[in-house]
Structure formats: C-alpha cells, structure tokens
Design a protein around this ligand. Structure first.
Ligand code: LLP
Length: 428
C-alpha cells in the first residue's frame, strides 16, 4: 500500500499532483511520501507487538535527513554502516543509544566516532575487528558495547549480489568462530558483550531463510548462556522483500509472526534492521521524456533520469514499474520499448522490452518503488548533478535535498598550478 495513486487522471503523491512537483522542482526528481513511510513503520511495529523489539531502520536504503527525521520522530533506532551514516543520524535527531553500527570494514576513526557518540551496539564482523575495537576503546577509556555478527550459512534465495549469509560471503563470522570470540570478548575489560546479530541478505521473498537463520543464532545464544555468557539482545537483521514486479513477499504481519514464533521463549530484546520494506514503495523517481527514437526494430524512450540516478536496473537487472503520470486514454495501445537514460553506457536503462503506452516527448513518467537504494546509490557519473528529493506530507512538499548544481560537481577539486616557464640556458 502506498500513497502514489491516480486521481482525476493524474498520478499524485498524497494530495499533490506529480506534475506540479515536476514543474516546481524539475526532473529527475525523487518524491517520498510521509504517509507511506509512517504506515509502513506502524504496520511493521504492530507485527512485533509480542516482542521486546527495537526496530533500527537501515539508513543505507534511504539516508535523506528528512526521511531519517521522520523515522526518528516515530521512535526508530538506526542501523548504520559508516561514519557518514552516523553523522546523518545524529543530524536528523536519532538517539545514539538506539544505533547499531554494522559493516564488514570499519576504520579506527569510525569506531572512535561511534564510541564517542555513544552508539548502542557495534556489530563486530571479524577477530581482527574485535581486537582493533578493543584497542580503540582502551585509548578512549570506554567499554565498547558489542554484538558479533554471525554468518548462519543460510541461502536467502535472492540476487547473488545481495546475499550475505552464505558461508562463502564476506560478511559475519562462522558460528564456531563466534563461540570462541565470545569467550575472548567477555574477558576483555574494554568490551561489553551485549548481543548477537545476523543479516542474511536483502529482497528476501520467503520466510524459511529468516526462520532458519534466527534458529541458528538462537541456538548459539542458548549455548553461550549454558557457558555463562548471557546475551541481552538478538539482532535478526533486515532483508524483507517488497513487490517490484511479480514477487509476493510475506507481509510484515506474517514476517513478524514468524520471527516471534522462531524466538518463542527468548526473553531478551530483539533488534531488527529493516530498510527496503520501510522505504521501498514510499518513493518514486519522476522523469521526463526527452526523445523518442527508433533503431531497427527497437523503440527507445530516452528520459532525463539515468543509471547515475537509479542504478538498480543496470546493476541487478532489477525491475521497476514505469507508468505515465497522466493516465492514458482507455484502449490506448501499448508498445514494447526500452526506457533509457542519457548516460554513455549500453547498460544505462531503466527498463528493457517493456510494454508501455508510447509517451510523447515532454511527458512525465513515474518510476515506482524507488524509495530504497535509489538516491543512496546515485552518482555523478557523466558529470550529471544528482537529482533533487522532495518529501510530501498531505498537501505540503518539502524540498528535502536541492538539486546539485554544476558548482557542486567540482566542489573540492583543484586545478594544477600554472605551467612553469621552461629553463633557458644563457649563451656564452
Ligand atoms: N542490515 C545490514 C547489515 C545490511 O547489510 C542491510 C542491507 C540491511 C540491514 C537492510 O536490508 P533490507 O531490509 O533493506 O533488505 N543495493 C541493493 C540492496 C543492498 C542491501 C545491503 N544490505 C538493492 O538495491 O537491492
């Protein structure tokens, strides 16, 4: 359920016509819906009612300050993977004690920043990182609150680039090694062992992998308790999928029920790190048709959004629904076309072999489910300024991020000093 729906023949973001947003802010434009963000937050929260749960929104999915502030006001914790994400969370009013710092490679300065800010948990992903974190904590004269991220070796059955919980993936530590590291960590005066974490992948569309992973992590926690190591929380990660095309992921209610069941008897806290399910279809990318083009038997719709704005189709061959902003006349004939951007790569497409009512030059198209891993994966490739972002709330629109300018593009760059005069040898 989302709040980008047609009214009187025009797609709206809540109560604002998308065409009005394009007129006021230009294209390409990311548009987010506060009502949708809030609804997703509440639905997920309701599904976890039986648990002592802390939901830490995964910032990487959409890190716009206005989005983060919306979640912070709803009481969210945050899952971060870099110092930059921590900086954003703090700016947006997130509570540091409800932040979990994940990630397979954290620099010492990032660890120090996190300890200094007082984050709730640092999810440690290797023996080396555990030793480094201990040293940083000793230097700062604090105890680092930690969980170990274990790799439960479960196949999440998703795109290989976003599967993280398999033995051969770079993430987490194998269960046997985790057991050894827990025994080491509890004896370390600079570490405060709080919990255990896992995250097996993203865009997961069935419950089984979650149930298996939680079962394995839970078994480890039970073993550790027998050995006298009591953990306060169990972090089940994120990963619940959304519908881009024909997927039918479990509802948040079914997901919550499955997690609750898998954790029956666990009396500690449960942490979650959802990203996509909260923001995915709370955002769209609005783009304008620049050109129609025929090449052989192919029809290309060239639009002003490109792979630098939304890389998912190019990177994962991902599907995003594309709809005209103005509802086409009944019975209008659809044709098969490629929707492509202006970037100089054949991989620069938003859709391939897609059936669309052929738009005209200047028409607006709405690329759906772009709220997660859309803007956050954007780049300046081809020296294209990054798009603006707007957060709609009812009939109000906040320009949540200005469109970048050409000056922004070269910020911090330097020209080499003027060429020195060549040395001339005197004669005689
Ligand atoms: N926790 C950790 C440790 C993660 O690595 C991730 C995502 C999440 C939570 C949130 O997962 P979610 O609930 O959003 O599935 N760029 C890719 C997705 C990469 C996901 C990376 N990790 C895409 O566009 O599909």
């Amino acid at each position: 359920m989302n709040h980008f729906q047609p009214r009187r023949g025009q797609l709206h973001a809540e109560r604002i016509p998308l065409a009005a947003l394009a007129r006021d802010h230009g294209t390409p434009l990311y548009v987010y819906s506060t009502a949708t963000l809030t609804r997703h937050w509440k639905v997920l929260g309701a599904s976890l009612r039986g648990l002592d749960a802390l939901v830490c929104y995964a910032v990487k999915a959409n890190s716009n300050l206005a989005v983060l502030a919306t979640f912070a006001r709803l009481g969210a914790g945050f899952d971060i993977v870099s110092g930059g994400e921590l900086f954003r969370v703090l700016k947006a009013g997130g509570r540091p004690g409800q932040v979990v710092f994940s990630g397979v490679g954290k620099r010492d300065d990032e660890l120090a920043f996190a300890l200094d800010a007082g984050v709730g948990t640092i999810n440690v992903e290797s023996a080396g990182e555990l030793a480094r974190l201990s040293a940083v904590a000793r230097r700062l004269k604090v105890r680092a609150p930690i969980a170990l991220r274990v790799n439960p070796d479960v196949d999440p059955k998703t795109h290989p680039y976003i599967a993280t919980g398999l033995r051969e993936s770079k993430f987490g530590v194998p269960v046997a090694e985790a057991r050894r590291l827990y025994h080491q960590a509890v004896r370390d005066p600079h570490l405060d062992v709080r919990g255990v974490a896992c995250h097996i992948g993203s865009q997961i569309t069935s419950l089984r992998p979650f149930i298996d992973a939680v079962g394995r992590v839970r078994a480890l926690a039970t073993d550790l308790a027998r050995a006298g190591i009591r953990l306060r929380h169990l972090d089940v990660g994120g990963g619940l999928g959304v519908t881009y095309h024909h997927e039918a992921p479990p509802s948040p209610a079914a997901y919550g029920a499955a997690i609750t069941k898998a954790l029956a008897g666990w009396d500690g806290e449960v942490h979650l790190e959802p990203g996509r399910v909260l923001v995915g279809n709370a955002g769209i990318l609005l783009t304008r048709v620049l050109q129609l083009k025929k090449s052989g038997r192919k029809t290309f719709v060239v639009v002003d959004a490109a792979m630098n704005d939304l890389v998912r189709p190019a990177f994962y061959d991902a599907w995003h629904d594309i709809e005209p902003v103005v509802t086409p006349a009944k019975g209008a004939r659809a044709v098969t076309c490629d929707v492509v951007g202006p970037v100089c790569e054949s991989g620069d497409f938003l859709a391939r072999n897609r059936k669309l009512v052929l738009p005209a030059e200047g028409d607006l198209l709405c690329v759906r489910t772009a709220g997660a891993y859309g803007f956050t994966m954007a780049s300046n490739y081809n020296s294209r300024p990054r798009a603006a972002e707007v957060l709609v709330d009812g009939d109000r629109a906040l320009l949540a991020r200005e469109r970048e300018t050409y000056t922004d593009l070269i910020r911090g760059e330097a020209l080499p000093p003027p060429a020195r005069k060549p040395f001339r040898r005197r004669r005689g």
